[in-house]
Design a protein around this ligand. Structure first.
Ligand code: SF4
Length: 473
């Protein structure tokens, strides 16, 4: 049975058998709940009707709004079994179900090759621009004036997201800023250097899918402005170590063979009071390997997930083995390396799969590890309808995600998050003793449950410094 037929059966059940006569929005909530229950439990509508609570509801004589609420309560219990037994009060996000009408193709190239290059007039003659344009002599090049006039082609947002086009720009705003972290979370004094925006990889959970207003991948050519902004930040920080990274709006190394950013960044940040981090899901380390002496204050870090999740959720990235091999290579050349188990996706066999990745990591990387972060899958609620359109067969977004109205993010129930963190911490401590581990974007009370106490931001920061546990010489 195809999706359209399943949805027709669900509609007819709500209308004819459940007898719900309330408005369209309420019916849409029921429709989504039933659709998700069938998907998550792998059952048919007839199988669902075997449920004792649902049978009992069907026999009750309720009318109008009371009938809707009674059915919704049964369905919520079936859809969110952990939350109903562990959370006092929780909010759901049940948007109208919109599934793609046909097959979805993303159609990007791997390794990356642009389809078009757009060059802002001010940077046309910079060596950076000439190098990139010269590298793709048969790719059409168009010049343009103002960055703010760029308009995304909405028709491409559900397919390739404009990831085929490069825009070489003169970037002067928002060059460096504190990591926004998330409301109520314990931060770690991280700054984001916006050197690049957009990404040739395509991860199902990537927030750029709803965040980006640009029609392609932006590559600033005016590196001098970035270095001036970094100088200013360092001047204002009065000798305190600052953490800076480029991996928030851009995979730090995904296009490094084209941009060469890493070489310039390493030389600029070398020997400064900065802990600079390259974050990547690729094995694009050629430029770093060309640098003779690895600076102690620079960390190259990889996001890790089980191989099957890399395959299904992190399209156009390096495989898990390739990431670990790249990390091992840099580590043996004296580079500091770090790892991010972020996002950890919770599913039936999650523990076995993630523990196997930790064992693989411990077996591959023999040098010092600067840090490891752990964060469970979370996303802004507006991402869910986009994922349903762009990754329609993805089941991981049908976990028990609850809406946090404080920041409009969807998260697993707290009991699941703390369980995952405790298990990961235990395993990491036994497989990789002495490596600093921190939680990404979690509230202080969760830190307390997992670590036994709430560290201050200074304490979190201190574990990232060159004299921290991962950096002893
Ligand atoms: S690698 Fe990072 S920036 Fe690129 S698509 Fe994946 S999550 Fe987004």
């Amino acid at each position: 049975m195809n999706t359209t037929e399943i949805l027709e059966k669900i509609d007819s059940f709500i209308r004819d058998e459940a007898g719900v006569t309330t408005g369209v929005n309420k019916k849409e909530e029921l429709r989504r709940l039933i659709y998700e229950i069938l998907l998550v439990r792998g059952i048919t509508l007839d199988g669902l009707k075997e449920d004792a609570d649902l049978r009992s509801f069907l026999s009750r004589k309720l009318e109008g709004g009371r009938r809707f609420l009674a059915l919704k309560e049964v369905l919520v219990r079936l859809r969110y079994p952990v939350a109903v037994t562990s959370e006092n009060d929780f909010k759901l996000y049940l948007p109208r179900l919109r599934l793609p009408s046909g097959p979805v193709t993303h159609g990007l190239s791997h390794p990356f090759r642009p389809h078009r290059i757009f060059v802002q007039k001010e940077v046309k003659n910079l060596p950076f621009t000439e190098r990139i344009v010269g590298r793709f002599p048969d790719v059409p090049v168009t010049s343009f004036g103002r960055l703010k006039d760029l308009v995304p082609d909405r028709s491409r947002l559900l397919t390739d997201m404009g990831k085929r086009d490069l825009y070489i720009v003169n970037e002067n705003t928002d060059i460096i800023k504190p990591c926004p972290c998330t409301t109520g979370a314990l931060g770690c004094n991280y700054h984001i250097l916006n050197l690049g925006f957009g990404c040739p990889c395509d991860c199902s959970y990537c927030y750029l899918q709803h965040y980006s207003n640009f029609p392609g991948i932006l590559l600033p050519a005016n590196l001098d402005n970035f270095f001036s902004a970094a100088d200013n930040l360092l001047g204002e920080s009065a000798g305190r170590f600052v953490r800076i990274g480029t991996g928030e709006f851009f995979d730090s190394l995904a296009l490094d063979d084209i941009t060469g950013y890493s070489t310039a960044l390493v030389e600029f940040f070398r020997d400064r009071k900065v802990r600079f981090e390259f974050k990547t899901k690729t094995a694009n380390i050629g430029n770093l390997l060309g640098i003779a002496d690895a600076p102690a204050n620079i960390v190259v870090s990889w996001s890790l997930n089980p191989a099957h999740i890399v395959g299904s959720e992190e399209l156009y990235t390096a495989s898990l083995d390739e990431r670990l091999a790249a990390a091992a290579t840099l580590s043996t050349r004296g580079w500091r390396v770090g790892f991010h188990f972020d996002p950890v996706i919770y599913y039936r066999e999650w523990e076995k799969d993630y523990f196997a990745v930790i064992d693989d990591l411990a077996a591959s990387v023999k040098g010092k590890i600067a840090w490891i972060s752990v964060g469970t899958l979370r996303f802004y609620r507006k991402l869910k309808p986009i994922v349903e359109q762009r990754f329609p067969s993805d089941k991981y977004f049908y976990g028990e995600f609850l809406l946090d109205p404080a920041d409009n993010k969807m998260r697993y129930p707290r009991i699941i998050r703390t369980h995952v963190y405790r298990k990961m911490l235990e395993k990491l401590r036994s497989a990789l003793p002495g490596v600093p581990v921190y939680l990404c974007m979690e509230e202080p009370s969760v830190w307390k449950e997992v670590f036994g106490s709430i560290p201050s931001v200074r304490e979190v920061e201190s574990s990232f410094l060159p004299h921290g546990p991962g950096f002893e010489q």
